[in-house]
Design a protein. Sequence first.
Length: 297
Amino acid sequence: MTGKWREATREELHTYYTETFPDHLDALPSFLTASGPKQYAIAFREAYPIRKQNAPDRSFIRRNTWQTSDSGERAIQQFGSVEDLVEFIQYPARYDPAQGSNYALADPDLLERPEPRPDAVYYALEHWEQPWVLAVDIDAKDIAAQRASNESTNGRADDVGTEQLRATGVLDSPPEGYPYAFEDIEQALEYGFAVRDIFEDDFAADETMVVYSGQGCHVYLLDTDLEHHYDEQSREVINDLLLDEYEIPIDPVVTADRRRVMRLPYSIHADVSRVVQPIDDPGFDFRTEATPNFLES
């Protein structure tokens, strides 16, 4: 059954994270623990206040997995277990690990407004137990922009706007109204497995992973041996290799920036109501195989 390609409602997201998401915990990649990534992050559809007076409401929060000493060493674990992390995802204001700080989310019992629900859930690529995780982001909208620029006189994907996407048929192709077509997501998955092959063949990587991200894919090189501890300069070289030699339209900032966060596997991409998940084949049918229960009922 093909579920609709649409934005998930607040109620649907809450139901998914409270009833379905916990069933996927055993399937999370092994490096995604309560204490491994240096941070977890949540985005909200509507900004929500914090405890500090006169501070702007927050639509995105990051929470450290450890309090650290003055020297930067791990001191106090913020999430005692994966279950604690899940409670934070389900009820961010009630289980905010920043409780006691002015920067914690405001107590929902003291406000006359709905408490916040996650619109997106992320984790940091910086990791306590293994080095900065190497990830590559391939987005369907970048592929569509490149396609539109090739079909127009503009010649630069960075400058492609709504009118060019409409003129080249992108906006009118399924899913109508999005800045890409389904064929661009399919191409993103093809590129993702091409990057995986490059990691395995050119870099002799033993542990890789391709994740369907909702509107594209993420590719990981997860080997922990010293040979694969890539610093910032090495990552720039990898970016150049993929962009220039292989002409794969990756987002180079994701690979090179330590501060980046990635969508948590088995979270929901709320813009399209699809489950983010590891996949084994570029033929993965994201229209039918990534639909959450609320689209199937």
